[in-house]
Design a protein around this ligand. Sequence first.
Ligand SMILES: Cc1cc2nc3c(=O)[nH]c(=O)nc-3n(C[C@H](O)[C@H](O)[C@H](O)COP(=O)(O)OP(=O)(O)OC[C@H]3O[C@@H](n4cnc5c(N)ncnc54)[C@H](O)[C@@H]3O)c2cc1C
Length: 485
Amino acid sequence: MSRQSLTHQLLYIHTIKSTIQNSSKLQYHPPLPSPMSPITACDVAVIGAGAAGLAAARQLRREGHNVVVFEKESQIGGIWVYNNATEPDPLGLDPTRPIIHSSLYSSLRTNLPRETMGFREYPFVAKKTGQRDPRRFPGHVEVLEYLKDYASEFGLSELVRFETEVSRVWRREGGKWEVRFRKRSGGDEDVDEDFDAVVVCNGHYTEPRIAFIPGVDRWPGKQIHSHNYRVPEPFQNKIVVLIGSSASAVDISREIASVANEVHIASWSNSNEESETLPGYDNVWLRPMIESANEDGTISFPHGFKISADIILHCTGYKYHFPFLDTQGIVTVDDNRVGPLYKHVFPPSLAPWLSFVGLPWKIAPFPQFELQCEWIAGILSGRISLPSQNEMMKDVEAFYDSLQASGVPKRYTHNMTGYQFEYNDWLATQCGAPKTEEWRKKIYDATSLNRKARPETYREEWEDEDLVLQAYQDFAKQVSCKQVS
Ligand SMILES: Cc1cc2nc3c(=O)[nH]c(=O)nc-3n(C[C@H](O)[C@H](O)[C@H](O)COP(=O)(O)OP(=O)(O)OC[C@H]3O[C@@H](n4cnc5c(N)ncnc54)[C@H](O)[C@@H]3O)c2cc1C
């Protein structure tokens, strides 16, 4: 693209952004199917008021259901409510530990650009009001503000029972679902309430997964999981071995390098043969996976290489965890596979009365939550139908067989690398909703490539302005549709 036409397009984006930002009320209504009179209105319990629970509340109510959202914290937002505090057990192994829900670190900025990340129905555009963060990859505070805007736009907070923790969910004889909960301020009193259906939206970035390291029990150093990482200062002058290669591992390793003496990034994806420094850093090394941790404080790598280390930081992901859910063994978590679930949402024998939103990973979560929730809401009302229990089970088994045949481990069952948009479009077709916009797919792919090629600068430098222009043109159409209607 010539510099002149790029400048022209940037000016155009600026004009469209200003139109959106200055529109009197920021409402966006894309051409999703209009609300229908439901065939059946159900009483539905939603567990969690993070992005998934809010999307569930929005879509269920839009379909005409009666919704109660249970949220153990005092505000909406889930993982996006940053908490300075950390858990007393830095590895998160003790099941009786007090749980801090959020895993955000102080400096966290989104790893997706806002156009792709936002809900389809309510685009994540920069706002000029107050202390908002207008960056394309904003900090975590901006995401929380966006979720608050979304909740306020659709009147969702009034559906939420805050400081109310669900401790048990089970199905009574006769088919109703019983939800047992306790108000934080209500003493020791458990209360049970009946619902026709339960939608589980409790998030899956709170229960740490730890790397297995032979000998680590006798290793004298300190270990911590990234769930309990907030700021780099505790790593000052330390020698740190960081395990992992995810987006968080990339961010945290660079941040720690600014204060630590040495950072050694150990990962299965690093070459087994040689160790090299990370380009641009003279105190960060890429190492193969650890072989063992030793009583003398050293860490061994392949080919006899050893270093003395102070801290092992596990950036090794999370486990699905549903401590409140009692399905009599129908739904299990086996090596991080939640199953059996039809299309990652419904256990066939309990469908549609029990459903899960937001299990897939390696995706743009918010737009997918929206589609999963629209599907669930439409099925509960009888507007959309599901295959028979048998057919759903066969579909699940065929999916598991295909994973096994391709050598995909169970723990990657919900990893949607490469097919999230195909899945989203399948959901959209079921719902009679528009398929994913081409610009959204292309921006997602362009960002993935850019993040890999330029992990330090992808949030500041990009080459997909033409796609951003298309996104803002779409958003502007939604604003004008709303203003006309
Ligand atoms: C470090 C990190 C960075 C990320 N970066 C991005 C990003 O840049 N872009 C992006 O789109 N996504 C990102 N994600 C993914 C993010 O998790 C999702 O975007 C999304 O916010 C998850 O929403 P959720 O509602 O499924 O879960 P959560 O946000 O975790 O919400 C779950 C809610 O359920 C509540 N709850 C749990 N158990 C109970 C109970 N028993 N009773 C009552 N309430 C309960 C919790 O308090 C919480 O409010 C990131 C995740 C992490 C961990």
